[in-house]
Structures are given as structure tokens and as C-alpha cells.
Ligand binder design. Structure first.
Ligand code: NAP
Length: 326
């Protein structure tokens, strides 16, 4: 692992430690899609040296994958694609489903939407308590051996669940929520990933935009934007988080960096991680180069802990996003 690139088992080349996250590009839960901007965002990310793009069938019910497929087909590139499976939906009501037949269908659907012959990283999006983990693992391993999947990952799994999975098939990645305000994965997931030579894909590294520094107590979100139901963005908590961001901004200034770049660097300096930077407008991804070739000091990390203690001593976890069981 270097400061800027990292090797993911199963992939030929190291990948950039900042990946593009394309949930918002799908539109669903982010106030609707804007495809032209989305394609330009993906192209900008490639120009900025991003070589991993994370998507999922559920992001816009196929739309995010289709836009990623279109954007990558339009421009020569060296990027890998990570997508997911294991969520199903009826009338836009999402539920967990990692049964083998669902896995087989989703892989075929993703290959078609993404216009590729192999999915570089295929991840189970959420654990499905109604399907034995080893059954899903066996199905993915078959698809891996058949050459349809380059590497297997999971998302929102605990170390215990990964342990069961790994008895059947190797795991290259684990995707977890991880940012300055949501640090739980640092306790158990990241050490697990490190000790098994896996890479942790950190989702929500900007805490859904909170760590960009652009929000104020008057920021409002439409009902169709998930932040309208995110507890951190409700008045009783929001101002505490904003006070913390104001102090993080001052700390970032000491390095001549924005709070956003500082927050991404914080994720990268914790271990074998990749930050999934969520963006949907090309200008949003333009700060990426600022993330590379420097590091947080130990004093910076301690100061972040002190800021949290002062303003958000009882942080709220992101469990509001968890989809229901089948
Ligand atoms: P995020 O990266 O923490 O925040 C993304 C949001 O921050 C953007 O939509 C944008 O919001 C704002 N932003 C980004 N760059 C900005 C800039 N330069 N200036 C101003 N605002 C900026 O959150 P996320 O999208 O939830 O997470 C990232 C990725 O992780 C997702 O796209 C997805 O690939 C993955 N993810 C996975 C799971 C899972 O269960 N596995 C769950 C969540 C996310 P506005 O455009 O609204 O301003």
C-alpha cells in the first residue's frame, strides 16, 4: 500500500485510494438523477486519476450502473468497476435477498447494464439473515471460477459473518461506513481487514456531505433526499456536528487543505482503506489531487478526537440506512 494506490487481491493493477461512489448518480434517495452531469463527473474522476468506480443495482434501480456503463464506454480508461448484489425490490421497496438464484440474475443484469464481460469486484450489499452465508459464498465462488467476477467483496458484514464466508470463498474487500463522525468500523472491521490482507472500502467518507464544510444550520433537504431522514441532519444534532466541522476546518487550514480533503485523508491514514468519494457534479471531484502526497500527523488525529469529545461525545451511527429483511 502506498499513500496513493493499493493492491486489491484478484485485480491485476493497484487501484487509486480514492474511488468514485455513484449512489447519488442513480438519483434514488438523492433527489433524482442528472445524467449529463453524472457522465461528466465520471469522466472528470478518470481524468483526476481515479481507477475504481463503485456502483450498485439498487442505486436508481439499475440507473447508476447504466450511467457508469455509458460513461466508461465513451472514454478510454483503466478503471475497475465494483458493483453489488443481494438487494431486491418491488415497487421501489427494497429488501435483502442473497439467495443463489438472485445472485445469478443480478450478475447477468449488472454485466448487461455495465456493458462488460467481467465484474471486477462483486460485493454482497447487505447480509441476508434468511439465506445461509455459505450458500451465497458458494454461488459467488462459482461465478468467480467461471470468470464473470474478478474479486469478491462484502458490505455491511461483521467480522463473524466474514469468517463464515471465508470458509467457502476468499474475500478481497469489505465495504463499511467510515468517516470522522462514524468510526465504528475502525474498532473491528478495519483490524479484521488488515489481518486478512483485505481492503476496506470506506463509504460515506464525507458523511453525506456534512464534512465538506459547505453546510450551515439553514441547509435544507427535499423529502426525496435521504438526509431529510438522517438523524445527524435534524436540528437537535445538526448544530453540534456543524460546530465540529468548523473546528475541523481550522485544523485542515494548518495544512492548507479544505475540511473535505482533510476528512478523506483521515480515512486513508487509518489503515488499508479506499475512500468512496460520492460525487454527482464534475466540480465536486476536482479536489482529489489535494488528498495525495501528505499525511495527517499524530497530533492532528488526537485533535480530531478532542474535537469530537467536545461537540459530539455521543455520535449517531448510520443504521438508519439499513434495508429491511425479506
Ligand atoms: P459521501 O461521499 O460522504 O458524500 C457525498 C455527497 O457529498 C455528495 O453527493 C455531495 O452532496 C457532497 N459532496 C461531495 N463532494 C463535494 C464537493 N467537492 N463539494 C461539495 N459537496 C460535495 O456519501 P455517499 O455518497 O453516501 O457515500 C459515497 C459512496 O459510498 C456512495 O456513492 C456509494 O458508492 C457508497 N455507499 C455504499 C453504501 C453501502 O451500503 N455499501 C452505503 C452508502 C454509500 P450534494 O451533491 O448533495 O451536495
Amino acid at each position: 500500500m502506498s499513500q496513493n494506490n493499493i493492491h486489491i487481491p484478484g485485480l491485476e493493477h493497484p487501484v487509486s485510494r480514492v474511488a468514485l461512489g455513484t449512489w447519488a448518480i442513480g438519483g434514488w434517495m438523492w433527489g433524482g438523477p442528472d445524467d449529463d452531469n453524472a457522465v461528466r463527473t465520471i469522466h472528470r474522476a478518470l481524468d483526476e486519476g481515479v481507477t475504481l468506480i463503485d456502483t450498485a443495482p439498487v442505486y436508481g434501480f439499475g440507473h447508476s450502473e447504466e450511467v457508469v456503463g455509458r460513461a466508461l464506454a465513451e472514454k478510454p480508461h483503466k478503471a475497475y468497476i465494483a458493483t453489488k448484489l443481494g438487494l431486491n425490490w418491488e415497487d421501489e421497496k427494497v429488501f435483502r435477498d442473497s439467495r443463489p438464484e438472485r445472485i445469478r440474475k443480478e450478475v447477468e443484469d449488472s454485466l448487461r447494464r455495465l456493458k462488460v464481460e467481467r465484474i471486477d469486484i462483486e460485493q454482497i450489499h447487505w447480509p441476508d439473515p434468511k439465506t445461509p452465508i455459505d450458500e451465497s459464498a458458494r454461488e459467488l465462488e462459482k461465478l468467480h471460477k467461471a470468470g464473470k467476477i474478478g474479486a469478491i467483496g462484502v458490505s455491511n458484514y461483521s467480522p463473524e459473518q466474514m469468517e463464515i464466508f471465508r470458509e467457502v470463498a476468499p474475500l478481497a474487500t469489505i465495504q463499511s461506513p467510515y468517516n470522522i463522525f462514524e468510526q465504528d468500523a475502525g474498532q473491528n472491521i478495519l483490524p479484521y481487514a488488515e489481518s486478512h490482507k483485505m481492503v476496506m472500502l470506506a463509504y460515506g467518507p464525507l458523511c453525506r456531505g456534512l464534512l465538506t464544510g459547505k453546510m450551515t444550520k439553514d441547509s435544507k433537504f427535499p423529502k426525496s433526499d435521504l438526509r431529510s431522514s438522517d438523524p445527524k441532519f435534524q436540528p437537535e444534532h445538526f448544530s453540534h456536528y456543524l460546530d465540529a466541522v468548523a473546528e475541523i476546518s481550522k485544523l485542515a487550514e494548518k495544512h492548507n487543505k479544505s475540511p473535505m480533503v482533510f476528512a478523506i485523508r483521515w480515512v486513508l491514514d487509518q489503515g488499508p482503506t479506499i475512500a468512496l468519494w460520492g460525487a454527482r457534479k464534475p466540480e465536486q471531484i476536482s479536489g482529489i489531487r489535494d488528498v495525495f502526497d501528505w499525511k495527517l500527523t499524530e497530533a492532528d488525529k488526537k485533535e480530531v478526537d478532542a474535537i469530537l469529545k467536545r461537540h459530539v461525545p455521543h455520535p449517531i451511527d448510520p443504521s438508519f440506512m439499513a434495508p429491511p429483511e425479506r
